[in-house]
Every structure is written in C-alpha cells, then in structure tokens.
Design a protein around this ligand. Structure first.
Ligand SMILES: [Zn+2]
Length: 398
C-alpha cells in the first residue's frame, strides 16, 4: 500500500490516500515499481490503478474549463515583461511584489488590479502571446477544452485595439493550440457591467459577428450588485435572436436576485459562480429543474471574500442539492491556482474520490457551448482517455 500525499489546503495540511486505499483494492503484488526505467505508460492497466493516487488521477485526467479569464491567466513573468516593454508601470516590479499586489482587499480592489494589468497587454502581438502561453499552460494540465472569457472592450477603450484584430490574434493562437498542443479553445466575449448600455450593445455586436469564428458565448462581468443586467436588456435580446448563448457572472458578490435577473434578463444558459443561489430555495429548485450549470470557482471565492475559507465553501451542498456543478479556476494567476489545483483542493478538502472528480469533469464537457457534433466528439475523446487512465468511464454526476 502506497503512502498518502500531503497537500496544503486553506492553511491546513490534508492527506490524500492512494486510490487503491480509497477504493479498498488490494495492491497488486506483481506490479513493478514506477521508475525512470519502468515508465507509467509501460504499466498494465491494473498496475496503473494500484499505483495511482487520487492526486495522480487529478493531474492525469482530461479536463475542460468553462470559466477562465485570459487576462487573469497572464503568467506573472510575462506581465512584468510586458510592463517593462510597453513602459506601463505597475505597482510591482518583482514576482514577490506581484504576489502581494494580488492579495485583494475586496472586489473593487480586484477590478482595479485587473484594469491596471490589462493596460500592460498593449498590442495585438501581446494578445497573441498571452493566448499562446495560456494554451501551453492548459495543455500541460491535460485541459483539452477551454471556454475563455475575454474582455475585448477593455483593450478597445484603453488602447484603441480594433476588435477584428484582437479576434484574429486570438484565433491564430487558437489554431496553433489545436494543431501543436491538441487543446481546443473557444471564446466568450464579455460585457463589463459598468459600461454604458450602448457600449454593451457594441460588444454584443462584435460577439455576434464572430459566431462561427471562435466565439461561442456572451458574458457579463464586473461589479454585480451595483450594475444589474437590466441596463443591457436590449443587447441580450439581440444575442438571443442571433442564437448566441449568454453566460453571465451572477450570485458571486450579490445574492439570489442577481441570479434571477441573469435567468430572466440575460436568458442565461449557465451561471458564472452562482454559489449564492443557496440563499433562495425557490431559485435552487429552478436551477435544479432546468439543470442550469454553475461555473463554480472555489479558490476565487476564497480570495475575493465570497466565503471565509475553502472548508466553508458551499460546493458539497450545491452538489447535494442536485445542481449541475462544474469546477473552474476563474483568474488562475491572480489567485495563485490552476484548474488541477482546484481539483486537488476539493478532493482533499471535501473527501471527493476519483468518481466525483471525473463526474465534475464530464459535467463541464456536457455544459460546454460546443455544437452537438463537436460535443459528441469531445465526450468520446474524454471517455476514451478516462478508460486509458483507469479502465472505467463516467457520464457525469449531476
Ligand atoms: Zn470570472
């Protein structure tokens, strides 16, 4: 029997036991020890199972991510480089200083930091660079599919970058990611809540014009309580008429009313976060009945004070309520996390096992905005990778 893996979650150390322990399977006595001479790939399926810890499984399993912001995923090293190259001073000039700049006092502070770092992404070439680096990071985690939220409006208003050129840069990176790394990306163009209604309409027109060219959804982000979505009602009707799905943030820093508005005004097909739905049983019922997926981002919720710590995160309750939950990193470098880290943390923090994790992964694939044919291919590819890893498959948990 192998030793458990120690990982740190919310300031405490947890032990993840090997899968062989968790599932009660005996360690196959004839199995070789994994070593540089006897690599993982050369082991038989039963030996892989015997050796594999839950952490190994979380790292190796194919993943899909539906809620991740490109600007919030810029590598810290790249951000410092862009700041110097573009002569845009930041309040941080070293990695250590960046880390403390990324300790947020509240959501308003987070938005300030976000807008400041967006200034450093100054040219079309910078956009392509951060998109390529993002895709490398996703591929390294075996994330086969990402729906990336991108705030084209900010780069247009700050630097005058034309939307079509921004899109072309993202699509060059997207094609490269698919060809060279085997990871797919689609785009969600979001409206920042604080902009005037006509600029929300302009953003929506951009997104509609780019359907079929990488864009699969319209998002809504920014300060939630102060800026309900009704201001953009016309834009959401335009999107709906064009067949562009809306996936707004809601129920993160504001309560159930914000999620009701997202459903009614935006015709939301998924909710970004949505964790505060639990404050309203009627809303929970609505989300469960319609199986509206929630894009849950545990570490983000801790870093922005939505919950006090991971232990008090409502993820287990959301799942117990029968809601369709997906796991996401939101702004991984700003919250010092990755999608793999999110799975490791929830496994340790809530005692999730391999079946739970792969159920959450398959929920994300099913909740993606791929068209039905692409989705069927993606599901097949995930299931075949899962079979290769441990010999069974899953069709989702919620
Ligand atoms: Zn977000």
């Amino acid at each position: 029997m192998g030793r458990g893996l120690l990982i740190r979650v919310g300031g405490r150390v947890a032990v993840i036991m090997p899968l062989s322990t968790l599932s009660g399977r005996a360690h196959a006595p004839q199995c070789e020890t994994v070593s540089p001479q006897v690599g993982w790939d050369s082991l038989s399926a039963s030996c892989r199972m015997a050796h594999m810890t839950l952490a190994d499984f979380a790292r190796r399993m194919p993943k899909a991510e539906l809620h991740v912001h490109l600007e919030g995923a810029v590598r810290p090293e790249t951000l410092l480089q862009l700041s110097r190259r573009n002569n845009i001073p930041l309040p941080a000039t070293t990695l250590e200083e960046l880390q403390s700049w990324y300790r947020f006092t509240d959501f308003a502070n987070f938005v300030d930091v976000y807008l400041t770092l967006s200034e450093c992404i100054h040219t079309i070439e910078d956009i392509e660079l951060i998109a390529r680096e993002f895709l490398k990071g996703q591929a390294a985690q075996n994330i086969l599919y990402s729906e990336v939220t991108y705030t084209a409006y900010t780069h247009y208003i700050q630097k005058g970058l034309v939307f079509e050129e921004q899109l072309a840069a993202l699509n060059r990176a997207r094609a490269w990611g698919e060809e060279a790394l085997g990871t797919q990306m689609r785009l969600i163009i979001d409206i920042p809540r604080e902009v005037p209604a006509d600029e929300g309409r302009m953003t929506t027109e951009w997104a509609i014009g780019a359907m079929g060219d990488g864009v699969v959804g319209l998002g809504l982000g920014g300060p939630e309580g102060e800026h309900p979505p009704e201001k953009f009602a016309e834009a959401f009707v335009m999107a709906q008429q064009a067949g562009l799905p809306c996936v707004p943030h809601a129920g993160e820093t504001a309560g159930p009313n914000s999620i009701w508005s997202a459903l009614r005004t935006c015709s939301a097909v998924r909710i970004g976060h949505g964790v505060r739905c639990l404050e309203d049983p009627a809303l929970v019922e609505e989300l469960r009945e319609r199986q509206i997926p929630l894009e849950v981002c545990p570490t983000s919720n801790v870093c922005l004070g939505v919950v006090a710590d991971l232990e008090s995160h409502p993820l287990p309750q959301l799942i117990a309520e029968g809601l369709r939950v997906t796991i996401n990193s939101d702004d991984p470098t700003l919250f010092d996390t990755t999608l793999t880290d999110e799975y490791l943390k929830i496994a340790a923090g809530f005692g999730f096992d391999r079946q739970d994790l792969q159920g959450l992964v398959m929920n994300a694939v099913h909740a993606s905005l791929l068209d039905p044919g692409e989705k069927a291919t993606m599901i097949e590819s995930f299931e075949s990778q899962l079979v290769t890893i441990h010999g069974t498959s899953s069709s989702g948990m919620a």
